[in-house]
Design a protein around this ligand. Sequence first.
Ligand code: ATP
Ligand code: MG
Length: 421
Amino acid sequence: MPRPEIPRPVRGTQDMLGETADRFARVVETFDRVRRLYGFRRVEVPVIEQTQVFARSIGESTDVVSKEMYSFEDRGGEGVTLRPEFTAGICRAYLTEGWQQHAPLKVATHGPVFRYERPQKGRYRQFHQIDAEVLGAAEPQADVELLAMADQLLHDLRIADGVTLKLNTLGDAATRGAWRDALVAHFEMHRDALSEDSVSRLAKNPLRILDSKDSRDRPVADAAPGIDDHLTSEAGAFFEAVTKGLDAAGVRWERDARLVRGLDYYRHTAFEFVTDRLGAQGTVLAGGRYDGLVEALGGPATPSVGWAAGIERLGMLTDTANPEMRFAVVSDDPMLDAKVLKSIALMREAGLVVDTPYRATPKKQIEAARKAGVDAVVFVRPDDVRVSSSQNTTFSGSVLDLAVARALQTRVEGLVDSTGA
Ligand code: ATP
Ligand code: MG
């Protein structure tokens, strides 16, 4: 019988092991710690929703809805879609689960999202987002807190250097309408220079042209009128409250008067954290205020603001250093196997990371441990243990004692530090 062909992974999906998986995990752990500091409650929402949840909230004319969604009919004939982002599903849950009683509701989540895009570095068809939303808060303080949280996340991941917060306002409905008219007039004047995509955006969603990645559009987009001439005094005051709040909270930002968000329902604050370290995929975190979205889903007026960030893109920016010290425990005497197991248990109870190389002989165990990159090997001997770190320094004592296991960590850390490893 011929061997069956091994199935390929689906295009645009990723399998992660080693460094990539470690960076991914670090982003998620850091996010989970930071969101607690800001009082954001963890929520889970389905990966799959009725297609109309996204079509109505994200907007039919956006790229996400018109080109990128994984939509299909299930066996019961219902039109469903794999979520391309979190916000719409969270707003749907806000309405159907009675979460309105908790308003203003601060929530956070993370998980896979799906977009049918052309895969490249930093751009996948299944990727993962962390997401934070404040529902039912009209106050600019909500915008400030969300941005401060994003800023702290980047600092705690040690990637804040080289990432810039670009901030804009899209104003209120009156502002946006007036600005839109000015943009349409400008783009009509330069229609011949625009890409086909942008010409079709001109009728449906002219603001999107500002966001175009097509090099043909850039000169016209960059010369487009900014929003400031059209800001109402209310919208101006809101933006000033946000920027003053950021300054007071110590969050650095830059104005980008041409920054827009793809979604139709954005109002007031719009922002992106961008870097030039990821080539064309330079936006790591993005969001803004979407005061009209819950209404578009049939709910009551619910001013809200939120952001999402790509976990893979954040992970690519983090460095690879593994801060945790790792040990292996071995003995060359089978009589001491129980003592080895007891030592491992105690060390783990003391919070030490212990790798267990599954090999038949101590020699092979040590080889495997070194190959796996452990920082120190603990040799269990009849009366004591001996520790050998990668610098060949030693330490003797009994590890059959929790206090000694803790001391061991400090001791080996000191040795590794003093040799500058
Ligand atoms: P882009 O301009 O790069 O297409 P976007 O505006 O479509 O991004 P959002 O919808 O704002 O992105 O999603 C928030 C974040 O999710 C982005 O800032 C980015 O970090 C990440 N992201 C978006 N699309 C992808 C993708 N296909 N693969 C990996 N990460 C992505
Ligand atoms: Mg996109």
